[in-house]
Ligand binder design. Structure first.
Ligand code: AR6
Length: 174
């Protein structure tokens, strides 16, 4: 299967997706938040809060895995972006590590299909185009090295974002 066949960009609520794992844009205390985290916790149910309390925290650029409870997806992989501090702050590698860490955890758990939201682009204020390039490059680098996960979905929350990722996929050289 070619690289492009393993990638997809959609506009959807990530909590509705029938994939093995969805990724959450969490905070480092793993405390309840808004945005995608709020949506995931609402749909998963209270057990997810309890499991996250037990884990206690997650450093920027790292990831932890939990059950998906009442979500259609069996797992949730939680990762934490840095809060955008401007172009000069040199945080790109940390945002890239969010994707790398999530994909490594997916690989370790034999997760075949995974969906990412646009991590960092909401409350943490990353410019959408900058974040998309970082996300895309990190995902492609992983897929070039590993067969697992077989499929990665960029789950966007706006048409503009979906088109941005669709353009990146279309321009990809195998
Ligand atoms: N499905 C897919 N994408 C969504 C959904 C959804 N249901 N809801 C929002 N988005 P954010 P961050 C998009 O703020 O910037 C949290 O409260 C949203 O439109 O969720 O990494 C945590 O607790 C945006 O494009 O994550 C942290 O404190 C993208 O998901 C902090 O916010 C990410 O926005 C993390 O901020």
């Amino acid at each position: 299967m070619g690289l492009k066949d393993r990638l997809d960009a959609i506009e959807a609520d990530i909590t509705t997706l029938n994939v093995d794992a969805i990724v959450n844009a969490a905070n480092s205390a793993l405390l309840p938040g808004g945005g995608v985290d709020g949506a995931i916790r609402r749909r998963a149910g209270a057990e997810l809060n309890e499991e996250l309390k037990g884990i206690g925290g997650c450093a920027e650029g790292t990831a932890v895995i939990t059950s998906g409870y009442r979500l259609p997806s069996a797992y949730v992989i939680h990762t934490v972006a840095p809060i955008w501090a401007g172009k000069q702050a040199g945080q790109n590698a940390v945002l890239a590590r969010c994707y790398e860490s999530a994909l490594k955890l997916a690989e370790a758990n034999n997760i075949r299909s995974i969906a990412f939201p646009t991590i960092g682009t909401g409350a943490y204020r990353w410019p959408a185009d900058t974040a998309a390039k970082i996300a895309f490059d990190a995902v492609v680098a992983h897929l070039r090295m590993s067969e697992i996960p077989a499929a990665v979905t960029f789950c966007c929350f706006s048409r503009v974002d979906r088109e941005r990722y669709a353009d990146l996929i279309a321009a990809l050289r195998e």
